[in-house]
Design a protein around this ligand. Structure first.
Ligand SMILES: [Fe+2]
Length: 205
């Protein structure tokens, strides 16, 4: 069975004004959908056609990797924000680790923002956990994703211009400030505790 746009846990108008309906229409409905459609087409004659999205990302290269990784990154991204963010905070376990690694949640957000601002061109900025449990912030370019390096993503922000140009024009900082106020700390805490890569396949079939 081919992949579909993920079931996201909110209405497409629910993130406004942080992310407008128009941005959802383009970013989710066109950009994200195009990666999935392209991937499905490339999988038709591929030995990977029955693989999970996570397996495809880890085993493919070239055009298939670019579309599979972008399909995965975007699905993960939509779970990193929530219209209910004001109700969520990092779990005690995650909070302790944020303090150990960055000096606390607010200091983490400052460093996350600086890293996302410095991520040149198109890419993604991530909060990840490594196999020893240590947290770090990593930037990736274009479609690259930390799951191919054995890292467990807890949060991401898309810094491709298509993520913010409709709502914020060239003001990446304005987008980041608003995005960070809508972070889904419940999701990040679940990722931290689960200690495994999020199963995007499960919400895209
Ligand atoms: Fe994007």
């Amino acid at each position: 069975m081919s992949f579909q746009l993920p079931k996201i846990p909110y209405e497409q108008t629910a993130l406004s004004p942080t992310i407008s309906k128009e941005t959802m229409d383009f970013h989710f409905g066109k950009h994200h959908k195009a990666y999935i459609d392209n991937l499905n087409k490339l999988l038709e004659d591929s030995p990977l056609k029955s693989a999970t999205l996570e397996e495809i990302v880890n085993k493919s290269s070239g055009g298939m990797f670019n579309n599979a990784a972008q399909a995965w990154n975007h699905t993960f991204y939509w779970y990193c924000i929530s219209p209910n963010s004001q109700d969520y905070k990092p779990s005690d376990n995650l909070d302790k680790e944020l303090t150990k690694s960055f000096g606390g949640k607010d200091k983490f957000l400052e460093q996350f923002s600086a890293s996302a601002m410095g991520n040149f061109g198109s890419g993604w900025t991530w909060l990840v956990k490594d196999s020893s449990g240590k947290l770090s912030i990593v930037n990736t370019s274009n479609a690259d994703t930390p799951i191919t390096k054995g890292l467990i993503p807890l949060l991401t922000v898309d810094v491709w211009e298509h993520a913010y140009y409709i709502d914020y024009r060239n003001a990446r900082k304005g987008y980041l400030d608003a995005f960070f106020k809508s972070l889904n700390w419940k999701f990040a805490s679940e990722r931290f505790d689960a200690n495994e890569v999020f199963n995007c396949t499960a919400v895209m079939k």
